[in-house]
Design a protein around this ligand. Structure first.
Ligand SMILES: NC(=O)c1ccc[n+]([C@@H]2O[C@H](COP(=O)([O-])OP(=O)(O)OC[C@H]3O[C@@H](n4cnc5c(N)ncnc54)[C@H](OP(=O)(O)O)[C@@H]3O)[C@@H](O)[C@H]2O)c1
Length: 318
């Protein structure tokens, strides 16, 4: 059994009066992050592509957090027209204190390369297009407001980013690759954009902050079930497999703690990298972690922003 640090109480303190937008709050880590943020008193914006799932997630949060204030926003990150419409409507908010850019298409290891990789509505490879370009377009469209509001942007990375490498020139239309390779590259892009945005906020003297947080390795089977909120991973049968998973990984509710901490805790600084405190950063309480050097390269970060601006037509205002 691998020993991990206990989670302990959340260090964010109460979040009353704050508004936090969570993408991908209809299942998994994003759902639990939204529920936990509501439990700390934040007004939560559930940004989701599927209105039925958004309504089910909202109802579940309201069942578990009696005084929750939850609103829904339509957002399909795989469709730039939807991203633009969501951003236009979000600029009307009085303020958004934090954005948890959590939604993601996950490519699991073991899949064979596909002859025709799935794409977003705009023709971008689905992992890069959704996980990076969709969030990039949203954040860029809101960037002037984020600067004014002093918003904290939490980019949800993944340990898998360590397996990928730049450049990203062909990431939107790659040749045959395995899903996991494409996923890892999209998460490296998410991570590098997070650090590039932090450099830009700092250079602009902004009170807005950009941080990267990764949830370790999290499974539905170790998290409590929530009525109407789907589990996206295949179930793990009881027995030695379940015991192994329980010994090594953590539940998506526990994983959400790192994102919640990154969104609301006072000890989080612009340009930080947060992840679980346990062995190999796989599970445990939120802790500041050391980013890989390749993810911090400013020239590649700037090139990624130029490419993302060209592909999406969205321009960063910082
Ligand atoms: N689980 C892990 O071990 C792990 C490890 C490292 C990083 N992460 C990252 O953590 C995040 C959450 O992972 P998870 O395991 O909780 O995944 P999940 O349960 O599969 O949830 C993914 C969420 O993303 C949303 N989404 C997918 N495509 C979207 C789109 N085009 N527009 C808007 N929303 C979209 C889904 O919405 P629908 O309900 O509409 O499908 C769902 O709410 C991801 O970014 C993932 O890369 C997870």
């Amino acid at each position: 059994m691998i020993e991990n640090e206990p989670l302990g109480p959340p260090a964010t303190g109460p979040l009353e009066g704050r508004t936090v937008l969570v993408t991908g709050a209809t299942s998994g880590i994003g759902y639990f992050a939204a529920e936990q943020l509501a439990g700390l008193g934040a007004r939560v914006i559930v940004a989701a592509r599927n209105p039925e799932r958004a309504t089910a997630a909202t109802a579940s949060i309201e069942r578990h957090v009696p005084d929750a204030v939850v609103v829904q926003k339509r957002l399909d990150l795989a469709d730039l027209a939807s991203v633009r419409a969501a951003a236009a409507s979000l600029t009307e908010e009085p303020r958004i204190d934090a954005i948890v850019a959590n939604a993601g298409v996950i490519g699991y290891p073991g899949t064979a390369p596909r002859a025709v990789p799935p794409t977003t509505v705009d023709g971008f490879e689905i992992h890069f297009g959704t996980n990076h370009l969709g969030h990039f377009a949203l954040i860029a469209a809101l960037s002037a407001r984020l600067h004014d509001w002093g918003t904290r942007v939490v980019h949800v990375g993944s340990l898998s980013h360590t397996l990928a490498k730049p450049p990203f020139d062909d990431a939107a239309q790659p040749s045959d690759e395995r899903d996991f390779t494409l996923y890892a590259r999209s998460k490296l892009a998410v991570t590098m954009f997070g650090f590039e945005l932090a450099r830009r906020f700092e250079a602009a003297g902004s009170t807005a902050t950009s941080v990267v947080a990764h949830p370790g390795a999290a499974v539905d089977v170790l998290a409590p079930t929530r009525e109407g909120v789907p589990a996206t991973q295949p179930p793990v049968e009881a027995g030695w497999r379940r015991a192994l998973v329980a010994a090594l990984l953590h539940g998506k509710d526990a994983a959400a703690r790192t994102l919640v901490h990154a969104a609301g805790a006072p000890d989080v600084r612009n340009g930080d990298f947060w992840g679980p405190a346990g062995v190999f950063e796989v599970r445990g309480a939120p802790a500041r972690r050391r980013p890989r050097r390749k993810a911090l390269d400013p020239a590649t970060g700037a090139a990624l922003v130029r490419l993302s601006e060209d592909l999406t037509g969205a321009r960063l205002a910082v």
